[in-house]
Design a protein around this ligand. Sequence first.
Ligand code: HEC
Ligand code: HEC
Length: 330
Amino acid sequence: MSRNTKGLLAVIAIIAIGASIYLFKNKTHSNKNTEPAKVAATPHWVIPDTGELANTGNAKLIKYGRSLIVNTSYYLGPKGVIASKSNGLNCQNCHLNAGTKFLGNNFSNVSTGYPRFKDRSGTVETIVKKVEDCFERSLNGKKIDSNGREMKAFAAYLEWIGKNVKKGSKPAGSGIEELPFLSRAADTAKGRMVYISKCKTCHGKNGEGLLNATGRAYTYPPLWGGHSYNIGASIYRLSKFAGYIKNNMPFGADYRNKQLTNEEAWDVAAFVNSQYHPFKDISADWPKLTTKPYDQPYGPYAEQLFSGRQHKYGPYSPIKKYYAALSKKK
Ligand code: HEC
Ligand code: HEC
């Protein structure tokens, strides 16, 4: 082989290797499970550590508040040691790591975000009102005493956990991710298949979850049925459910290690929320109908263009566009 041919072969080899790396990279990029996380260039949340709390003053109350978030059912569930107020879920079931997880429906915006006007109630809501709401909706139960030690502890923890967040700023990874819409309606039949292959082992054949040995709390919380959240809970809206599980389920997933495609997340959300959830009269929610979210499955609505079914399962883009145009007109 002449020197020239050798050189040429080397060049060809380099190009071939380069091309295959390029192709491989693109392949992994388009792979549904490795979409890069959308992390906004917003401030990082410096989460305070309970270990830093001295055992004085407010510290006890804050620590108690944290325990109530983590072990809500032990204290206040159907067999609660303090009172029986709620369905057996823990706040932490949906606000992971005591409400500190990145894109795990965390509490970074609570202490600076309340009191504030909320469209759902049409009133200015305090943290206390918000906690009461969670008991009546996500925990399908009753309000706890608004002046009792438990409520004070919830409020103290929620205030404290957000103490390093500046008012008006939104730390990266706060709350729940907003997933891009599907161009079709979410599909309960496809969602059932996702449920069977990726959720059933923990949450059960009938979404009933698994109680722990004490019977006071769940090892795996229920996803539907009489012990689950009611139809007035935010997670009953598909966008909240899908955004929550995308970065957090199956348990162990996080924003760097997602295990569901967007389609799977929307479809399994549709399946779970098509199953029975306890009823709550929510007819007084969103007194101003034009502020009702596009995916709120219960009417009345400000228009009659889209069916209740489309509000529940999508496709959402036309609904969202319609309401955006409506609010511009004013
Ligand atoms: C079944 C799931 C679920 C459970 C259980 C639950 N929540 Fe929530 N919570 C949500 C969802 C979903 C939202 C709405 C998040 C959003 O709109 O982005 C929310 C919102 C909140 C907010 C407002 C967050 C903000 O930034 O405005 C607070 C505070 C809160 N929950 C506290 C609690 C407390 C305290 C408990 C237990 C008593 C609890 N939650 C139980 C799902 C749940
Ligand atoms: C390996 C077990 C496991 C698997 C698999 C799993 N989960 Fe979970 N799930 C959990 C645990 C544990 C929690 C509560 C987390 C906590 O309290 O820290 C939870 C909480 C939840 C919650 C909020 C609480 C509630 O009961 O409403 C939802 C919603 C949820 N999972 C949906 C799903 C979906 C959908 C899938 C399938 C895509 C799934 N999970 C797969 C273990 C699992």
